[in-house]
Write a protein that binds this ligand. Structure first.
Ligand SMILES: Nc1nc2c(c(=O)[nH]1)N=C([C@H](O)[C@H](O)COP(=O)(O)OP(=O)(O)OP(=O)(O)O)CN2
Ligand code: ZN
Length: 129
């Protein structure tokens, strides 16, 4: 199996709901988000690629349009990294050509220098993607 990853970045503001009184993340604050989109395939194309990294450009365009220098709460009621990674995975299915979207296995989101969260596609029982 071959796996490839492309990283994207955007700046965004958010706050989190339902946290204990006084929690710092309940206050509006910003992050320099990093997003990693991962694809996997047992086969390569004629160029020796899983897909051309350039084919993932629509993900960057979507992130710029929907999230960059914006309030992430305008897109998600509760913009935790977990729910944001799931949302970006779903957006990948919308903005990428179906043959490329089908190869997306994971989306990882980092809000800070020390944290990463990953949303993974559920595997089918037969082991296929
Ligand atoms: N499981 C999650 N926990 C937290 C999330 C999240 O999305 N998922 N988000 C936050 C805050 O939005 C923010 O990311 C704070 O992160 P945290 O690592 O707690 O803050 P610091 O970078 O200031 O880390 P220190 O180690 O305290 O310096 C909180 N939790
Ligand atoms: Zn935060």
């Amino acid at each position: 199996m071959f796996e490839i990853t492309k990283e994207f970045r955007f700046e965004g503001g958010h706050w989190l709901n339902g946290l204990p009184e006084g929690h710092k993340c309940a206050r509006p604050h910003g992050h320099s988000y990093r997003v990693r989109v991962m694809l996997a395939s047992p086969e390569l194309d004629a160029a020796g690629f899983v897909v051309d990294f350039g084919d993932l450009a629509p993900v960057g365009t979507m992130l710029k349009a929907r999230l960059d220098h914006q309030t992430v709460n305008d897109v998600l009621d509760q913009p935790s990294s977990e729910l944001l990674a799931q949302w970006i995975f779903q957006q990948c299915q919308e903005v990428l050509p179906p043959a490329v979207a089908a190869l997306v296995t994971q989306v990882a989101v980092s809000e800070t220098a020390s944290t990463w969260v990953r949303y993974r596609r559920q595997h089918h029982p037969d082991g296929s993607l």
